[in-house]
Write a protein that binds this ligand. Sequence first.
Ligand code: PLP
Length: 353
Amino acid sequence: MNKLFTPGPVEVVPEVLKQMAKPMIHHRGKEFAELLTNCVEGLKKLMYTENNVFISTSSSTGLMEAAIRNCVKDRCLNIANGAFGERWHEITVANGKKADLLQIEWGKGVMPDLVDKKLNENEYDTVTLVHNETSTAVCNPIYEISEVIKNHDVCFLVDAVSSMGGIKIEVDKLGIDVCLFGSQKALALPPGLSACSVSEKAMERAKTVPGRGFYFDFLVFQKYWLKKQTPTTPALSQMNALNYQLNRIFKEGLEKRFERHKKMAETTRKWAKDNFEPFAEEKYASNTLTCVSNSKNVNVEDMISKLKQRGYQISNGYGKLKNKTFRIGHMGDITIGEVKELLNNMDEILAVI
Ligand code: PLP
């Protein structure tokens, strides 16, 4: 079995996996109400928010679609500096909404003044942003961007899929209306579950937006939350793992967890600089994964398969960056020692290929 240094799914520790084997409970009873409440309270703490938090039996893409269907009224601005930013645009268009794409070079950070300029050009009611672009390992300057967004009357939808739990995101301070993420990245849980915070502004907006669909209607989510239930059968095993893992995360301490991610990133980036070149602009390099430019033109597939023979898995570049880059995930519960062990193995492989 390979140790995963992929940018999701990531390694899940055995004690968390064990939670998935707990006997089932019924989801319309007291025990479930307690489980749901604990999960939601924990997620609020993780996200630094007092907003509604909904848990969804879907991957994160489901909640991206939910955010668009519930919040976009007339016109949306999709900001993209990578594949997942472009995915926001595809989802917006696929849901029949009017949308413009602000395309920024892959590898570069999103600059707040550009966002401001674009928002002044048209009557937008919604803006989408990917906080941490998993395709390029760019972490956008969300604190600066949010200052600009606050000057416009828009719903601010943020994909924090590969950063939540590894990088600090203070949802309320940033004025994020919908902040979404999945279980299989920095939270170090198995895939299959996602969650999002939804502000009062976004809830009010949803009331005015027709065609919210059935499965992902925020108003229905809220109606059931008031009864401490979910509208449809929840992923109980995943929620047991989430509840347990949130407690482990708080035991480590959020600040310590963010610091550990920073250290793992610094070590990996140094390795990338010594051996290749990091793909992302240095100032905006992510703390949860590193995208490495294949500046030495090595056979990436061969390197990955040799690593697998040693029991480690990393990822090739995403989409158009395949073979031109490769990505090392350093998120979740892995340690700096494990990252060093991976990099030592990569050194040994690179010495002979
Ligand atoms: N957004 C980002 C930044 C991602 O990294 C991913 C998956 O890697 C997604 C969205 C989509 O997540 P999922 O495949 O879990 O729906």
